[in-house]
Ligand binder design. Sequence first.
Ligand code: SAM
Length: 274
Amino acid sequence: MAGSEASSKDSNWMALREDDGRAYLVNNVPGEVKIKGLGRFDPSVLLEGYSLGDRITVGQKSLTIVEAALPEARRNMNRRAQTIGIKDSGFLISWMGIGTGSRVLEGGHGSAGLAMNLANVMGSKGYLISVENRPEHAEVGRSNMERLAEFSTDFPSWNLLEMDLQNAASEVTGICGELDAAIIDIAEPWTVVSEISQTLRIGGRIACYCPTTAQLEKSWNKVEEDGLVVEFAGEIIERRWSKAGKGGVRPGNQPMGHTAFLLIAAKIANLEED
Ligand SMILES: C[S@@+](CC[C@H](N)C(=O)[O-])C[C@H]1O[C@@H](n2cnc3c(N)ncnc32)[C@H](O)[C@@H]1O
């Protein structure tokens, strides 16, 4: 998709938000729809006379009508493969300097968890290339991205390549030239590091998302073997706090879960010849 034409705040998408943060995305156009958790209704009839910011009752639920944005899209996304969450995608985006106008590859695309976070910050001048080799996963990711594009003001130019990352380099550079950043989230990242790092500009960065220590070590060895310089290796630990029953705030009871180790490496210039 040359994404920008699909992006508009003039879209009819909105979100119906429960007070606890759960939200349902609704496209306010005529025709009956079935929305999991809300039931069957015609949005154009249900929402007639209501505006953003109003409270509405649907069945037993009292909801606030809000703009549809990334948090609502993430809560409503279709899922098939395991997704990268905001804890890790936020860090990757910041460390790798991804922003307006960046040229970025991400693969495997899976359900588009990471891709949605990337698209949200890249602006209409950015190029996002997603790569996925399983058609059934590509279909789920595409549905999530297409819906996000419909209500984003500034969606990047987005291409989903349904192919193996091992063969993607020439296709990628054919679309946008050299990349600023590439994020690899597959079971064996080290098998595609050489192919993908070819597509980076000097100074560009590659990240490998590694749920296990074995994946981290193999990817680390591979990026160094290919002459890249590791800038960050480690994990981002999130610890939520809650309000205590008898007053005060304290760390919550939920365990601190593991997601993945992140490896970020930069491409540097070759050594000068004597
Ligand atoms: C863990 S999921 C990716 C999740 C995604 N990053 C997200 O945040 O939603 C891994 C995906 O990589 C795909 N994959 C695995 N090996 C691949 C390869 N060599 N080339 C392209 N895609 C691959 C799998 O089919 C799967 O959909």
